[in-house]
Write a protein that binds this ligand. Structure first.
Ligand SMILES: [Zn+2]
Length: 222
């Protein structure tokens, strides 16, 4: 993993970091690199309230906030920003509001690397809106001072259109941290984890890939 000055991670929902980036976050923190995670909403519209229900629409944000804090602690992350936007509404935000938010974070933190979603290839409208805001904010910066943007893409069509990720981090050393980070988001993920953990310990290639490797696209502004 390349040594960075400061890493800024921007995602709309608690748990967006867990599968794709938690190993990378833990690795940078281990390297002594400051990492800031700006999480835009508390995922209060999350589909899962449990069966039988453990949460209501009213209690879900409180639960997910606690889970997010626990996930941050698991990764060793101390600079967690909860930005207070509402889940499933980001695409309807006043034009420019999210861009300004990203610009302010960049001005304050001077990151050398930003990690977020690849707009248009991130499946959920909140994901795409977040990635668009990052691109809009960075596109306005002079190339010489612009942070690198590592984008996550996972829509079905992404490979045909943008190819394969060019950045690969082996996060094998953090695979168990990653499992614990996933576990922290119990309200959304708990029921998927015993199977993943079992497959991982049995060495199933798909589980090993998910927990030991993180892949990104370097976003091209030209
Ligand atoms: Zn999400």
């Amino acid at each position: 993993m390349k040594k960075e000055r400061h890493v800024l991670v921007v995602f709309p929902h608690p748990d967006d970091e867990a599968f794709g980036v938690s190993g990378t976050i833990a690795g940078h923190i281990d390297n002594g690199t400051p990492v800031t995670y700006a999480c835009l909403t508390l995922g209060e519209m999350g589909r899962n309230l449990g069966n039988p229900p453990f949460a209501t629409r009213e209690s879900l944000p409180r639960i997910r906030k606690r889970e997010l804090q626990e996930a941050a602690e698991t990764m060793g992350l101390t600079d967690l920003r909860m930005m207070g936007y509402r889940d499933k509404t980001l695409e309807f935000e006043t034009p420019g509001a999210l861009k300004t938010m990203v610009e302010e974070l960049v001005a304050e933190l001077n990151p050398s690397l930003i990690i977020s979603f690849y707009p248009g290839y991130a499946v959920h409208p909140d994901h795409d809106a977040t990635g668009e805001a990052v691109v809009a904010a960075l596109a306005d910066m002079p190339p010489s001072s612009r942070p690198t943007f590592y984008a996550l893409a996972f829509s079905n069509n992404h490979e045909e259109e943008i190819g394969k990720p060019d950045v690969h981090h082996s996060v094998r050393a953090y695979a168990l941290t990653k499992l614990d980070t996933l576990r922290a988001h119990a309200s959304q993920l708990a029921w998927t984890l015993p199977e993943l953990e079992k497959s991982y310990h049995e060495g199933l290639p798909e589980a090993v890939e998910r927990l030991e490797n993180e892949r990104f696209f370097t976003y091209r502004f030209d």
